[in-house]
Write a protein that binds this ligand. Sequence first.
Ligand code: IPE
Ligand code: IPE
Ligand code: MG
Length: 245
Amino acid sequence: MAKIDDLIAQYGIDTDRMPEHIAIIMDGNGRWAKKRLMPRNLGHKQGQKQLKKTLIDCVQLGVKVLSVYVFSTENWRRPEEEVSFLLKFLKSSIQEEIDELVQEGVRLKFLGDLSEFDTPLLDMIQTAERMTAKNDTIQLNIMLNYGGRREILDAVKAFAHNGGDATKISEDDISQNVYTKQISDPDILIRTGGDIRISNFMLWQCAYSELFFLKTFWPDFGLETLLQVIQEFQSRDRRYGGLSE
Ligand code: IPE
Ligand code: IPE
Ligand code: MG
């Protein structure tokens, strides 16, 4: 704790104005591995370790929600071996980490179109959500088979399915039917890996998020990079279309 407190002071971060919700497009695992002449899968493994560290950092910083892009609706286009590695690795990670997540007070949510997954994975997801449902230190949203466009479509369908009149649908109705429902929109959206695009991530929720595009590959992200982002976030003027004070 001492180290993090020292760094918070060093970066001049105001602990009363911490972002509540941080969303991350964790990109660059493959290139991280390639640079080291290693197979891409080792990049994904290193990326998972980095996520664990970042989750703990967020807990210590008092962030309440962390949403991470783990697998997009477009990632099925990758070679079959990579897709199957990613899904197997996800299963083993849930199994290995669940007890610690329960202890740490992490509430796990899996958000995305989960209908395409096999029963063992769906069971595991359900169990993990149930085991952590009462936790409230931080909510970790694992965005899985997630696509922002599909999410908006699903929200409209859910609204109509529950008897809503689509000709009268409001922004609030969509907010209440997207996968994130009651959760506040991200204050910060970070994309690592050097590409400056959203890649179909949280299109509805990021309308007014502060965007950060970093050259750092995801496995090299760390506490100091996160603090630099928060420091800059606190210096930005969020006007929401209005004028500054
Ligand atoms: C992000 O890293 C993880 C997933 C999309 C699953 P990438 O695998 O996209 O890594 P790069 O972009 O190829 O380096
Ligand atoms: C976005 O990364 C998806 C995840 C991080 C899970 P991609 O690597 O799939 O994005 P593109 O293809 O470069 O836009
Ligand atoms: Mg990528």
